[in-house]
Write a protein that binds this ligand. Structure first.
Ligand code: SF4
Length: 550
């Protein structure tokens, strides 16, 4: 294969989400103001900026306001500026309006947005400022200096390699992008963060990283929909279909153009190996409250993503020699407020301020980069996350125990009954199934318009991968799948994957079939596999979902 080119930069941002885009823009703003020449590059594995961005999303605009006070005048895409909340507990057939909504769930002053639209717009702003943006480039390896511990950049993956690893006629070697500072903003469960974590120990002495999986749709409602003319713009629910023993809940946000965003979030610490988050999402849509709102509608786009739910006690060390870690990669989502765009953006901006200090001191080692962690600790990110430090643990309690812990934390400003409350790794929580227990019947009455099956959902996510490439999902030991996992859990990968990537074929002998082209890049499989037998690696750059309005 041909030699790799090296492309030297001053600062490399890995990932085109809100944390890194805000960080790159702020770094450019600060360096221009100080007359510093800093060459900035940003790589994104999606085909375009925004194509892999999916979130609820209600955004607290405070970080964006700090970054660009005139963001509205500059054309920032906002779906709605008024948030009028409704909060329900759902039973299988009914609803109970919550008489009291905790203050952290109030959304006054927040904006309903599409994250894919917001990141696309931030990408345009960044490009106008002269930041080099490279979409379609997947970082596949972290580069280290001669000491083996200083991060000096990232290698991007080769393109045009066939499924046996041989170069095709379209072969293009990857590039070694080197930089004095590399900022990792890969989102939840990044594959480079996994490697950095192992090599540099940044997750040591922290509670385990935990996650939730969200399945989301944008639905177009008929023009005469009663919900469109109601004052409510935000609906949050808990209870059905997850009950009180599985963490999670539903959300519905009113967007522009007769559209709504509808989704269900499922905590990946669930213990029922037969649970299928996608089926739960369909059941959620079938609930009378939701079914009435979406009646006559049509699904325009669907997607799935995990979110980092651990927060304060799971945050890694935020710096290393030559590297900083931001946003969801550093577990900065505020699960209590169901928001992470603002904390992600602020972390990127604090990273930018630290990088300027490092360039001024001509020292990009931990000596200066550790200032970033101090900045995060003295910022409003820390204030928010500290108040919610035991929240994900409380939500993980079963039945009324959950209400007791959540209530205790509310009155004690996050301390609760035990502080810190322990967190169990998501891969360890499934209970062994009794012999002969079968998975529940699946939804059969999909109409292909408003109720769509998994494969139609994959189609509606715009997901596309080059078929002839090495499989990006590594199953470490197939014997585990066919024996231990089949007997103990009936292969939960076939259920927790929202893309129908894993299928167990029993005819002619048990066989696990993989459909990697369907992969939505949500990372649920690497997180939830009970034997930690699946490793998600980056497929060829440019592959994956193509979100534009979620
Ligand atoms: Fe998500 Fe893994 Fe399925 Fe891809 S294969 S959609 S990352 S669960």
């Amino acid at each position: 294969m041909s030699e790799r080119e090296e492309m030297p930069l001053d600062v490399l941002f890995v990932g085109g989400g809100p944390a890194n885009l805000a960080g790159a823009i702020h770094l450019k703003q600060l360096s221009q103001a100080k007359g510093l020449e800093i060459e900035i590059g940003l790589i994104e594995k999606g085909d375009t900026i925004g194509s892999h961005s999916l979130s609820g999303a209600i955004m607290d605009p405070k970080a964006l306001q700090e970054l660009m006070p005139d963001y509205e005048a500059r054309g920032c895409p906002v779906e709605r500026s008024e948030c009028r909340d409704a909060f329900y507990y759902l039973t299988p057939g009914g609803k109970l309006a919550m008489p009291y909504t905790p203050s952290y769930m109030h959304n006054a002053g927040c904006k309903i947005i599409s994250l894919s639209k917001l990141t696309r717009w931030l990408g345009e702003v960044a490009e106008e400022l002269g930041i080099m943006i490279f979409p379609g480039f997947a970082g596949t390896e972290v580069l280290y200096g001669a000491d083996g511990k200083t991060v000096v950049g990232v290698a991007t993956g080769d393109k045009g390699v066939d499924k046996d690893g041989k170069p095709k006629g379209t072969f293009e070697p990857g590039v070694n992008l080197t930089a004095r500072v590399t900022v990792f903003g890969e989102g939840p469960k990044g594959s480079l963060m996994r490697e950095v974590g192992k090599k540099l120990g940044i997750f040591e002495n922290r509670m385990p990283q935990v996650f939730e999986t969200a399945i989301k749709e944008v639905i177009e409602l008929p023009g005469d929909s009663a919900f469109l003319s109601s004052p409510t713009t935000v609906v949050h629910t808990f209870g059905h279909p997850l009950g009180l023993s599985t963490k999670g809940g539903g959300f519905l946000y009113k967007m522009k153009d007769n559209r709504i965003a509808l989704g269900l979030v499922v905590g990946l610490d669930y213990d029922n190996a037969l649970l299928e988050p996608y089926e739960a999402f369909v059941q959620y849509k079938r609930h009378p409250l939701i079914a009435e709102i979406i009646k006559g509608g049509k699904v325009l786009q669907q997607g799935a993503k995990t979110l980092s739910a651990g927060g304060y006690y799971t945050m890694p060390q935020l710096y290393a020699d030559g590297a900083l870690f931001v946003g969801d990669s550093a577990s900065m989502l505020n699960i209590q407020r169901l928001k992470g765009v603002h904390t992600a953006m602020k972390s990127g901006m604090l990273a930018a301020e630290t990088i300027v200090e490092a360039f001024e001191a001509d020292d990009c080692t931990s000596n200066v980069l550790k200032n970033y962690e101090a900045k995060v600790k003295s910022s409003w990110i820390n204030d928010e996350l500290y108040l919610a430090r035991n929240f994900t643990q409380a939500l993980g309690k079963k039945g009324v125990g959950m209400f007791i812990h959540v209530g205790a934390q509310y009155v004690t400003r996050g301390r609760g009954i035990i502080d810190p409350m322990a967190i169990e790794k998501d891969s360890f929580t499934l209970k062994e199934l009794k012999p002969g227990v079968a998975a529940p019947e699946k939804e059969k009455s999909y109409d292909g318009e408003l109720y769509v099956d998994k494969l139609t959902g994959v189609y509606l996510s715009g997901t596309r991968h080059e078929e002839d490439q090495p499989c990006h999902l590594q199953v470490l030991d197939m014997d585990i799948c066919l024996n231990a996992c089949f007997k103990t859990y009936r292969n939960p990968c076939t259920r927790f994957c929202p893309g129908q990537v894993y299928e167990m074929e029993e005819e002619g002998g048990l066989r696990l079939k993989l459909n990697p082209s369907n992969c939505l890049h949500c990372k649920t499989c690497e997180i939830k596999d009970p034997y930690e037998n699946i490793i998600w690696t980056c497929p060829e750059g440019g592959g994956g979902p193509n979100y534009s309005i979620v």
